[in-house]
Each structure stands twice: as structure tokens, then as C-alpha cells.
Design a protein around this ligand. Structure first.
Ligand SMILES: *[C@@H]1O[C@H](CO)[C@@H](O)[C@H](O)[C@H]1NC(C)=O
Ligand SMILES: *[C@@H]1O[C@H](CO)[C@@H](O)[C@H](O)[C@H]1NC(C)=O
Ligand SMILES: *[C@@H]1O[C@H](CO)[C@@H](O)[C@H](O)[C@H]1NC(C)=O
Ligand SMILES: *[C@@H]1O[C@H](CO)[C@@H](O)[C@H](O)[C@H]1NC(C)=O
Ligand SMILES: *[C@@H]1O[C@H](CO)[C@@H](O)[C@H](O)[C@H]1NC(C)=O
Ligand SMILES: *[C@@H]1O[C@H](CO)[C@@H](O)[C@H](O)[C@H]1NC(C)=O
Ligand SMILES: *[C@@H]1O[C@H](CO)[C@@H](O)[C@H](O)[C@H]1NC(C)=O
Ligand SMILES: *[C@@H]1O[C@H](CO)[C@@H](O)[C@H](O)[C@H]1NC(C)=O
Ligand SMILES: *[C@@H]1O[C@H](CO)[C@@H](O)[C@H](O)[C@H]1NC(C)=O
Ligand SMILES: *[C@@H]1O[C@H](CO)[C@@H](O)[C@H](O)[C@H]1NC(C)=O
Length: 507
């Protein structure tokens, strides 16, 4: 969810060159890693950095199979679609019309019904050809592959009367925004096995604009629906497509096992698209998320496992999750989050080779009294920060509760969290670990960290109720709460100030 602390701060000058606050902000930047001390030096540096960044982006866009840059390909020559199941259908076989106006709900439903009859025969594939396929929400079936051709766009209808209401998720007790039922997702599945959603970079577009507007105007009586939600299912592969403009969270795997998410582009406006998280693994086990580009209006990824007393009762953790090789941007929230709803527990998470840019927060763990459970065995490795407000965050007072029935004494346990090879530039506060007496942060480890600052300030490695260690040298210099070890693992200085607080929200 959106972090609302310090809402008045403005973006840095590189990303908002015409902003009136520009000059003053630029002058305040003090070089840390680079010689020179004038704003101009910084402008040059950031100009070079942006060239490097955009080259990286174009490199990433390079399509090795066709030897061209996909952004420059405009027409969609009919590319042979792979046969991934014994039986393949074409949406047009069921009366689909891809004119962007005709409603194709019935075509999708008929196709799904045809595939559901092929269960014992390896299932079926539904090809969605190039075109704009407007539809209301529909359900998937087991042993199904939904294949989106290049230029195929599934468009969600922007009229809430077509969106079915569903009971709240049991581990949340309520809809996330309103009590009672919630809208279902555009593409939905539950109690399924063997689901593939893939393609030649076709798009699922939720046309979220209507939803965001009505949400802001408080015209909705129910929680908005995700773009794609798969519940109580296993063996899921979602790859090689684009997900765009979701009404709410974009991709929500809920209480699923064996989920692979690979090579997705997930897009929503970076501002004014409330709660459009990229991917929300929720009470999921054995999951890989890799090779994705995510730029959205809330958290890029938010690992969850239910909300307060409902999540504690449901008791399903998110565990054994590997997240790697992502480029993430979240202007109003965080690149990679855990929580704040984590009441079923979160453990054994690896987050590596991640580039987070132009974001409010980098990697964040958020929780509150009432959540209970634990966040443990979390490893961050090779994370690059590029133009962030705060890099590493642990926040223990995220006080949003489903109702007054939560137990204020249900304190989550936060422990065994490591940060290795954390680098980057343009970060105002690289570390803010805010434990409390009731929710201390235990056994954290920092090794190989160097993060360039936007301002010279004292409080840039902030801690409170934190116990753990630093191995070797890290920059900026660590808070006094941590024990210091040398590279060989010998204790250099043991902390006597684990519970000292140096949290400063003033910048
Ligand atoms: C896929 O399509 C999206 C949206 O059009 C585009 O931004 C992205 O660059 C494409 N990805 C690839 C790998 O072609
Ligand atoms: C689907 O059917 C349409 C209309 O017959 C045809 O133009 C298109 O090539 C078919 N696409 C695939 C992927 O089979
Ligand atoms: C999908 O299935 C669920 C569970 O049966 C149901 O509640 C929901 O209304 C279905 N959605 C659609 C669009 O048919
Ligand atoms: C990623 O998806 C794009 C678009 O479908 C495709 O061209 C590319 O080969 C995929 N890359 C990988 C590593 O699968
Ligand atoms: C919300 O509820 C009010 C009062 O019952 C009703 O007038 C309005 O149409 C509802 N809005 C939606 C989007 O369902
Ligand atoms: C996990 O799911 C994939 C399909 O996404 C499947 O190929 C694989 O066999 C599954 N693994 C296990 C252990 O079931
Ligand atoms: C993604 O697309 C590429 C190029 O079409 C293909 O080689 C690869 O197998 C696909 N990967 C997945 C996981 O679907
Ligand atoms: C932790 O998760 C990884 C997958 O990311 C898995 O390979 C490993 O076995 C898990 N470890 C434990 C102790 O379950
Ligand atoms: C670190 O991550 C970046 C992507 O952010 C990747 O290019 C690089 O190869 C990774 N380095 C290592 C040592 O894995
Ligand atoms: C710090 O506070 C924790 C409780 O949060 C307590 O267990 C621990 O003994 C305290 N440590 C010191 C050094 O005072």
C-alpha cells in the first residue's frame, strides 16, 4: 500500500527537469562519490547516467530472435504461434470479434468450456489473435494455456456492473477497501491445476482509469478487483506478456503452489493509479519471479500472507520465493515490499539482481502490532538503487487494520534479514530500520554496501531496536546499534546501543 509519510517532498531534478523546485534542490546536492561540487557537475553526471540507463533499457528491449528493436516494430506480421497443447483453439472459433467494441465474454467462456472438456487429454490452448478483444471478467479452467499473439490485447470492460462480486479472501476477512464482498478479477481462476498464460508479448489491459477515478471520488461500494487473480491453485506459469492498467493489484496469486512468473512487462501510470501493485504473492509457496520490467502506481512487488486476526487464523505463509533480474520503478511506493499484511508469516525469500529506479522506497518490510506471525530468512543480494528517497526500510507501525477485532499484543517477529552487495546513487536515506521495543529487528546483516547520497546529512543510516552486524566496510557508515566485524569475520566492536533510536523522518 502507498506509504504516506512525508508526502510534500518533490521528485529530484533529474526526473523533473522543469520543476520549479529544481534549482534549489540541485544546489543542495553535495557530491559524495564524485569530485566537483557544483550543480552543473551533477547535471552532467545525471545526463550521462540517463544515457546509460536508457541504453540499458533499449538493450533489454532488444529482441534477439528477430534481430530488431521491438519498440520500432509497429505492424504485426502473422507470426506462427507455437502449439503448446495437443489441442489449440482460436478465439474467433467461438465468435470472438477483435474490434475493441464487441463484447467477447461469451467467446472466452465458450472457449474455456471447450478446454475444460479436454482435462484427461492434456488440456487445450486458446490463441488470442492480434486485435482488441473487449471482455467482462471470465474464469480459467485447469490444463489451459491462454496464448496472446503479438498485437493481441484483452481489454477489461470499464463498467463495474459487468464485474461479479465475490466473497472476501478468508485471510483478509474483508475486502481490502470496503467491508463485505469485493469485485472479482478480470481473468480469474480458483482450485485449478496447470495454468499457462503466455504469448508473443500480447497485452492484458484492465483499463483502470475508470476505477481509479471512481475510487478517488469514493463512488465505489466494494473493493476493486485485480487484473489477474489465481487462487488455491498449483503449477502456474505466466510469461512473455504485458499487463497494463489494472483496476487494483495487477497479478495476485493467492494461496498457490509452484508459480513461475517470467519475462513480464507490468505497466500503470506511476502516479494517480492507486494500489496498482505489480505482483502480490499472497500465502504462496515455491514461486519464482524473474526477468520482469515493472513500472506501476504502487509497490512493484508486495509479498503478503493475510491481515491481522483473519490472516493468523488462516495461517498460510508465503515461503520459498525467489525474485531476481528485475527492473522496478515505483514513484509513490516501494520497489520490493514484504507486508504490510503478513499475518500468515513470510519466510525464505531471496531477492537478487534488482535495479530499482526513480522510486520512493527501495526494498521494504512493513508490519504493525496486530499482525502476529513472522518475517524471517530474507536475503537481499545485488540490489542497485538509482534515485530513491529511502533505500532499505523496515517499518513496524503500519497501522492499518481490518476492524477493531485485532489483537494489539500480536507482535510480529522480524529476524534473519541480510543485505549483501547493495549499491547505487542518488539516495537520500539509504537505510531506515525502525524496530520498537515490542517488535525489535533481530539478526540483520550488512555486507558490501556503497550507496551514494543526494545530500550530506548525519542521519542516513537510521536504526531503532535493531540487533545485528556489519561485515567489512559499508557506506554510509552504519548506525551504532550494529556489531562490527572485519572481512575475515572477526569481531571488531560489539554494540552496546542496540535499542538506541536515530529515526528521522524530516527528510
Ligand atoms: C512488450 O510490450 C510492451 C508494451 O507494449 C512494451 O513496453 C515492451 O517493451 C515489450 N517487450 C518486449 C520484450 O518486446
Ligand atoms: C484465427 O482466426 C482468424 C480468422 O479466421 C485468422 O485470421 C487468424 O489467423 C487465426 N489465428 C490463429 C492464431 O490461428
Ligand atoms: C468465477 O468462479 C467463481 C467461483 O466459482 C465465481 O464466484 C465467479 O463469479 C466466477 N466469475 C465469473 C466471471 O464467472
Ligand atoms: C521475453 O518476451 C519477449 C516478448 O515476448 C520475447 O521476445 C523474448 O524472447 C522473451 N525473453 C525471454 C528471455 O524469454
Ligand atoms: C453504491 O451504493 C449507493 C447507495 O446504495 C448506490 O446509489 C450506488 O449506485 C452504488 N454505486 C455503485 C458503483 O455500485
Ligand atoms: C511446477 O509447474 C510447472 C509448470 O509451470 C511444471 O512444469 C512443473 O512440473 C511443476 N513442478 C512440480 C514440482 O510440480
Ligand atoms: C518466451 O518467449 C521466448 C521467445 O518466443 C521463448 O523462447 C520462451 O520459451 C518463452 N518462455 C516462456 C517461459 O514462455
Ligand atoms: C528456500 O527457497 C528456495 C527457493 O527459492 C528453495 O530452493 C529452498 O529449498 C528453500 N529452503 C528451505 C530451507 O526450504
Ligand atoms: C547484479 O544485478 C545486475 C542487474 O541489476 C546484473 O546486471 C549483474 O550481472 C548482477 N551482478 C551479479 C554479480 O550477479
Ligand atoms: C533491547 O530491547 C530488547 C527488547 O526489545 C531487549 O530484549 C534487549 O535486552 C535490549 N537490549 C539492550 C542492550 O538493552
Amino acid at each position: 500500500m502507498l506509504d504516506t509519510t512525508n508526502p510534500s517532498a518533490s521528485p529530484s531534478c533529474w526526473w523533473a527537469p522543469s520543476s520549479p523546485t529544481n534549482g534549489s534542490r540541485c544546489r543542495r546536492w553535495i557530491p559524495v562519490f564524485f569530485s566537483g561540487n557544483l550543480c552543473a557537475t551533477h547535471k552532467t553526471f545525471f545526463a550521462v547516467l540517463s544515457v546509460v540507463l536508457f541504453s540499458t533499457f533499449f538493450y533489454w528491449q532488444f529482441d534477439a530472435t528477430s534481430g530488431g528493436f521491438s519498440v520500432f516494430r509497429r505492424a504485426f506480421p502473422s507470426r506462427e504461434l507455437p502449439r503448446l497443447r495437443r489441442v489449440a483453439f482460436n478465439l474467433t472459433d467461438f465468435g470472438g470479434v477483435g474490434d475493441g467494441v464487441t463484447l467477447n465474454t461469451e467467446a472466452f467462456e465458450k472457449a474455456v468450456a471447450a478446454i475444460s472438456k479436454l482435462r484427461g487429454k492434456g488440456g487445450g490452448q486458446l490463441n488470442v489473435p492480434p486485435g482488441n478483444w473487449l471482455t467482462a471478467p471470465f474464469n480459467l479452467t485447469s490444463h489451459m494455456t491462454l496464448f496472446l499473439a503479438e498485437g493481441a490485447v484483452i481489454l477489461g470492460i470499464n463498467d463495474e456492473n459487468y464485474w461479479p462480486l465475490m466473497p472476501p479472501l478468508p485471510s483478509y476477512g474483508h475486502g481490502r477497501e470496503h467491508a463485505g464482498p469485493r469485485y472479482g478479477s478480470l481473468i480469474h481462476g480458483q482450485n485449478l491445476n496447470d495454468i499457462v498464460i503466455t504469448g508473443h508479448n500480447g497485452t492484458i489491459n484492465g483499463q483502470g482509469q475508470m476505477w481509479w477515478k471512481k475510487y478517488r471520488q469514493k463512488l465505489l461500494n466494494h473493493t476493486r478487483g485485480p487484473l489477474v487473480q489465481i487462487m488455491w491453485s498449483s503449477n502456474i506459469l505466466i510469461s512473455n506478456i504485458t499487463l497494463q492498467d489494472s483496476p487494483f493489484w495487477t497479478l495476485h496469486p493467492y494461496d498457490c503452489k509452484n508459480v513461475t512468473i517470467k519475462n513480464l512487462t507490468i505497466l500503470a501510470p506511476t502516479r494517480g493509479a492507486p494500489n496498482t501493485d505489480g505482483i502480490d504473492p499472497d500465502s504462496c509457496e515455491d514461486m519464482v519471479i524473474e526477468d520482469c520490467y515493472i513500472s506501476v502506481g504502487d509497490d512493484g512487488i508486495a509479498i503478503k500472507s493475510g491481515w491481522d486476526q483473519y490472516g493468523i487464523a488462516y495461517g498460510r505463509p508465503s515461503t520459498n520465493i525467489l525474485i531476481r533480474n528485475l527492473v522496478v520503478r515505483s514513484v509513490v511506493s516501494a520497489g520490493i515490499s514484504i507486508g504490510s499484511e503478513m499475518s500468515g508469516g513470510v519466510s525464505n525469500i531471496t531477492v537478487e539482481n534488482i535495479h530499482i529506479w526513480n522510486s520512493r522506497r527501495g526494498v521494504r518490510i512493513k508490519t504493525a502490532p496486530g499482525r502476529g506471525a513472522y518475517v524471517r530468512q530474507i536475503r537481499y543480494r545485488n540490489i542497485t538503487f538509482d534515485d530513491l528517497r529511502v533505500g532499505i526500510v523496515v517499518k513496524t507501525d503500519y497501522n492499518e487494520h481490518p476492524d477493531i477485532g485485532f489483537d494489539p499484543k500480536a507482535f510480529p517477529i522480524l529476524e534473519d534479514i541480510s543485505y549483501t552487495s547493495i549499491h547505487g546513487e542518488g539516495v537520500r536515506v539509504p537505510v531506515r530500520l525502525q524496530g520498537t521495543e515490542e517488535i525489535p529487528v533481530k539478526n540483520v546483516m550488512f555486507q558490501d554496501m556503497s550507496v551514494g547520497l543526494t545530500d550530506i546529512k548525519k542521519h542516513v543510516f537510521q536504526c531503532a531496536f535493531v540487533q545485528g552486524r556489519v561485515i567489512g566496510t559499508v557506506f554510509p557508515p552504519p548506525c551504532e546499534n550494529l556489531d562490527l566485524y572485519d572481512e575475515q569475520g572477526h569481531l571488531v566492536k560489539e554494540s552496546v546501543s542496540q535499542n538506541v533510536s536515530d529515526i528521522d523522518y524530516s527528510f
